[in-house]
Design a binder for this molecule. Structure first.
Ligand SMILES: [Fe+2]
Length: 387
C-alpha cells in the first residue's frame, strides 16, 4: 500500500491536525470530567486520549524506532483496549477508576509520543500511521458519545461542546427512491484508505427495492410512541422485546420526560423535524415494522448512497445486515489483525456517518457496527421497502 499512501510531508500535517482535533474536543472538559465512566460500554475521555496515543507507541514507535524509550512501561497494561497479542490489560469496566495517571500526565504522554512520531515519521510504514490516525478519528466520536452519556445523567446538563450547533435537517417530505433488480458491486475500490472490513469488493444481488431519501424524524418517533409502539410485542424481535421490558424503554436514549433531549450542546427541546437518534437496532427494526417498511440491507444502502440526503450528516443508520466478513475477507497478520475481524459476530452494520463523526472520516463503503441493544451512539434509521 506504500505507493498509494500520502507523501510524508502531507502525512505529518495530517498527523498534527488529527491529534490537535482530539485535544480541541476535550477543551471544555475538566480533569474530573475526563475521568468519569458512566457505564462499562463507555470509556473516560482521559482513557481515550491515552489509548489512541498508546496505539502509535505500541504499533509504530516500539516496533520500528530503534532504542525508542516508552513514556511509561505501565501504560502497555493500562491503555491496551482489546489486543490479546499485546497481552493482559486493565478491565474495561474499571477504566473510570484510573484517577492516576492524571489528565495532565496524559497530556505529557501525548506530547512525548507526538514528538517521537514527527521525528521518525519518515521511517514509519505510512499505511500503519494512517490506520493509527483513522483509529484516533473513530475514538474522537466515541469520546463524544461517552461524555454525552455521562453528562446526560448530570442534573446540570453540561455542554460537552459549548459551541455545538445541531446540523439542520433537509426540509420537505420524505420520498422513496426506486431501484430495479440488479447485481451491484459493494466494498472499497481504488485509491485511499479503507478499513479491512470494507474488503474485498464483491457482487451482491439486489431485488427491486425502494429506500427513503432522508432519515426518520423525531415527529415520526413520537407517533410510534403515541401508537404504543414500545408496548406492542408483535412489533418486536423476541430479544428486543425482552430488552425493552428489562430496561423499561419508552423513548430514545437521552429523551427527558419534559420534552427535552440531551445533546453535545446541552439539554434542548426535542426538535420534531430533526432525525431521531440514540435508538437501538431493536427499536429501529420495530419502528420499521410499525411503519409498514423495513431497514435497508447494507448493499441497498451503499448502492443508493449517492442519491440519499442526510447520508453522513446526522446519525449512523442501522441496516438489516449482520456484521459478518465479506466473502474472501482476510484479517491482516499480527496484532492489528484484531482491529475488526474478531468482532464479526452478533452485531449489526450501520452505514453513513453522524454529526459526531470527524470531517473526512466517513465514506460510502464504511461499515460501522454495534450490538443490537446499544443506543448511546448517534444512531438512527432510514426506511426501505420491497417493491
Ligand atoms: Fe481503540
Amino acid at each position: 500500500m506504500d505507493d498509494i499512501a500520502p507523501a510524508p510531508a502531507t502525512l505529518a500535517t495530517r498527523y498534527a491536525a488529527i491529534r490537535a482535533h482530539t485535544e480541541a474536543l476535550v477543551a471544555a472538559l475538566s480533569p474530573e470530567d475526563q475521568c468519569v465512566q458512566s457505564m462499562p460500554d463507555a470509556s473516560p475521555a482521559k482513557w481515550h486520549r491515552a489509548h489512541i496515543t498508546w496505539f502509535f507507541e505500541q504499533f509504530l514507535l516500539t516496533q520500528h524506532v530503534p532504542r525508542y524509550q516508552v513514556f511509561d512501561p505501565a501504560f502497555v497494561y493500562l491503555f491496551n483496549s482489546y489486543y490479546e497479542a499485546v497481552g493482559a490489560r486493565h478491565p474495561r469496566p474499571m477504566r473510570g477508576l484510573l484517577t492516576r495517571p492524571t489528565a495532565e500526565q496524559i497530556s505529557a504522554y501525548r506530547a512525548h509520543v507526538d514528538q517521537a512520531m514527527q521525528t521518525w515519521l519518515h521511517i514509519l510504514p505510512p499505511d500503519l500511521v494512517e490506520l493509527g490516525l483513522q483509529h484516533e478519528q473513530q475514538h474522537q466520536e466515541l469520546l463524544l458519545t461517552d461524555i454525552l452519556h455521562a453528562f446526560a445523567q448530570n442534573p446540570l446538563a453540561p455542554a460537552a461542546e459549548p459551541l455545538w450547533r445541531e446540523p439542520p435537517a433537509v426540509a420537505g417530505p420524505t420520498k422513496f427512491r426506486h431501484y430495479p433488480r440488479a447485481v451491484v458491486r459493494i466494498g472499497h475500490a481504488g485509491q485511499g484508505f479503507a478499513f479491512d472490513n470494507e474488503l474485498p469488493r464483491h457482487e451482491v444481488l439486489l431485488a427491486d427495492y425502494a429506500i427513503a431519501d432522508r432519515l426518520v424524524r423525531n415527529r415520526d418517533w413520537q407517533d410510534f410512541i403515541a401508537d404504543r409502539g414500545y408496548a406492542t410485542a408483535s412489533l418486536w424481535m423476541s430479544d428486543g422485546w425482552a430488552t425493552v421490558q428489562t430496561n423499561g424503554w419508552q423513548a430514545p436514549l437521552h429523551w427527558g420526560e419534559d420534552g427535552t433531549q440531551m445533546g453535545l450542546g446541552g439539554r434542548t427541546p426535542i426538535e420534531p423535524d430533526a432525525p431521531v437518534r440514540h435508538i437501538s437496532w431493536y427499536e429501529a427494526d420495530a419502528f420499521a415494522r410499525w411503519a409498514g417498511a423495513r431497514l435497508p440491507t447494507e448493499g441497498e444502502w451503499e448502492a443508493a448512497a449517492a442519491d440519499l440526503h442526510e447520508a453522513t450528516t446526522h446519525v449512523w443508520q442501522w441496516t438489516d445486515s449482520a456484521y459478518r466478513p465479506y466473502p474472501g475477507f482476510k484479517a491482516p497478520g499480527g496484532a492489528v489483525g484484531e482491529y475488526n475481524g474478531k468482532f464479526m459476530v452478533n452485531q449489526m452494520v450501520l452505514r453513513g456517518g453522524s454529526m459526531a463523526t470527524p470531517p473526512g472520516h466517513a465514506r460510502a463503503t464504511y461499515r460501522n457496527f454495534f450490538h443490537p441493544d446499544k443506543r448511546w451512539q448517534f444512531t438512527g434509521l432510514r426506511l426501505a421497502r420491497d417493491l
